[in-house]
Design a protein around this ligand. Structure first.
Ligand code: FES
Length: 74
């Protein structure tokens, strides 16, 4: 991740429901989190009104997992 991207991640929401910035999710992954539950444990995301639907998507994208939004047909 480029330094500019990290700076922008300080401003972008990671979990809107819990008011956690995107940079916190990135830092959790850099600190060893390998799945949504581990990121949630470190950051407190996932138990907001959407039940982790929105931030779960972001974590999946950060982890390079295939999601409905970034999946390409075979
Ligand atoms: S955006 Fe994280 S719980 Fe809703």
């Amino acid at each position: 991740m480029q330094p500019d991207e990290k700076m922008m991640a300080r401003l972008k929401p990671g979990c809107i429901c819990k008011g956690v910035k995107l940079i916190r999710l990135i830092e959790a992954i850099e600190n060893g989190a390998t799945c949504f539950d581990e990121v949630a444990q470190q950051t407190g995301i996932g138990d907001g009104s959407c039940g982790g639907k929105r931030c779960g998507q972001k974590v999946a994208e950060l982890l390079g997992e295939e999601t409905e939004n970034n999946a390409f047909p075979a």
